[in-house]
Design a binder for this molecule. Structure first.
Ligand SMILES: Cc1cc2nc3c(=O)[nH]c(=O)nc-3n(C[C@H](O)[C@H](O)[C@H](O)COP(=O)(O)O)c2cc1C
Length: 171
């Protein structure tokens, strides 16, 4: 069911209050990467990543409608999602910045499925677009996982985002 603009119930809070409330939910941090049609690696930091289904293997993440990368990820046949370790905070900040080329000076490898893969992450998943849902000011990407790998032991601590700051969580 979908409430139309006419029948949408009014809310009791401001956008900044909503943002602040959501910030209390701690998340992991990922970087989503792909090659653009000219062969340049592109990517951005994402904390809306989550699991959806084991069979078939599905995950989700959401992208703001104003993103420069919206058209690319909507059309990209493949992309990679990297789960970041605590040592990759600078990378998370770089891939959230307005830098023209976020990959400049950043080491990466080309995966067998043809995605730019960042070394040093805890794990990565390679996906194709299974479904897209435009909702409000974001599009939810449902990714079908085609390949996934995790780093061998010792397992590093995860990078965590909570109330606009980065933290470390170790087991
Ligand atoms: C920790 C963190 C998590 C983020 N998560 C998301 C997200 O889930 N979805 C999103 O659209 N932008 C997210 N962003 C913002 C993007 O990384 C990026 O700054 C923004 O999309 C603008 O760049 P673009 O135009 O290249 O997309 C996040 C930023 C940070 C620092």
């Amino acid at each position: 069911m979908n409430d139309s603009a006419d029948s949408a119930p009014s809310s009791t809070f401001s956008e900044s209050a909503f943002r602040s409330v959501l910030g209390h939910f701690p998340t992991g941090v990922t970087i989503v990467t792909a090659f653009d049609p000219s062969g340049q690696p592109v990517g951005l930091t994402i904390n809306s990543f989550n699991s959806v289904s084991l069979t078939p293997p599905l995950v989700l993440w959401s992208l703001g409608e104003k993103s420069r990368l919206m058209a690319l990820f909507r059309q990209s046949p493949r992309y990679a999602i990297h789960i970041l370790s605590t040592d990759q905070r600078a990378l998370a900040e770089r891939f959230a910045s307005r830098a023209h080329d976020r990959f400049e000076g950043v080491e990466f490898e080309r995966s067998p499925l043809g995605n730019p893969v960042l070394p040093g992450c805890l794990a990565y998943l390679e996906c194709s677009n299974h479904n897209l849902h435009a909702e409000g000011d974001h599009t939810i990407f449902i990714g079908r996982v085609l390949h996934c790998e995790e780093a061998g032991p010792p397992v590093a601590a995860a990078l965590v985002f909570h109330r606009s700051s980065f933290f470390t969580v170790s087991s």
